[in-house]
Write a protein of this length. Structure first.
Length: 193
């Protein structure tokens, strides 16, 4: 079993979502692949979009050497190898961090992670389990102000990952913040017990 841990928090060692992701990964006890989205700032562009539509063996030398397409290939490979995907997803300004959205843009590849059918798009990454460590300073997860968690669950489903577990620590900058963080840690203990 392989667990892919994707972290999008800019807070480093102080990050609650990173701590939760790390704890769950350790509890799952499988091979761990770690991806820190804050250290890679590549965004999809016209060249990488064009290269993604070409089979790897048919890409031009320029397309093969592009940093963005190389990163996209690596991110997709990580997703394909993983049995479990843990996403440390803080809420920034009511939505996902830009790095998490950039990751989504790079891994959504027609013919590889999803395909078009006569009935609409179909995800190709089925049979995987995802865990979202949703953390916010003030936005209640699942409220009308939360644009991160419904988007992320929808996006994972678009890729075929429909078995999604959400662990939340929301409003941690307000009253009872430490208790909310502890409750999220307790949820992991119960989940893996």
């Amino acid at each position: 079993m392989t667990t892919l841990v994707i972290n999008a928090s800019i807070r480093g060692e102080e990050s609650v979502s990173r701590a939760l992701s790390h704890k769950l990964a350790q509890k799952l006890g499988s091979k761990i692949i770690e991806r820190d989205l804050t250290t890679t700032n590549y965004f999809i562009n016209a060249d990488s979009f064009a290269a993604a539509g070409v089979p790897e063996e048919e890409r031009t030398p320029e397309q093969q050497e592009g940093d963005v397409i190389k990163l996209a290939d690596a991110l997709i490979d990580e997703l394909q190898k993983a049995n479990h995907i843990i996403i440390g997803a803080p809420v920034y300004n009511f939505g996902p961090p830009a790095s998490l959205k950039a990751w989504a843009d790079l891994v959504a590849r027609a013919g590889t992670t999803f395909r078009y059918t006569e009935n609409g798009p179909e995800g190709l990454l089925d049979g995987k389990k995802a865990y979202i460590m949703a953390v916010s300073g003030g936005v209640p997860i699942g409220s009308d102000m939360d644009f991160m968690s419904p988007w992320l669950k929808f996006f994972l489903g678009f890729l075929g990952i429909t078995d999604v577990e959400m662990i939340t620590a929301d409003g941690i900058m307000g009253q009872d913040g430490e208790e909310k963080i502890k409750a999220a840690h307790d949820s992991i203990e119960k989940l893996v017990a």
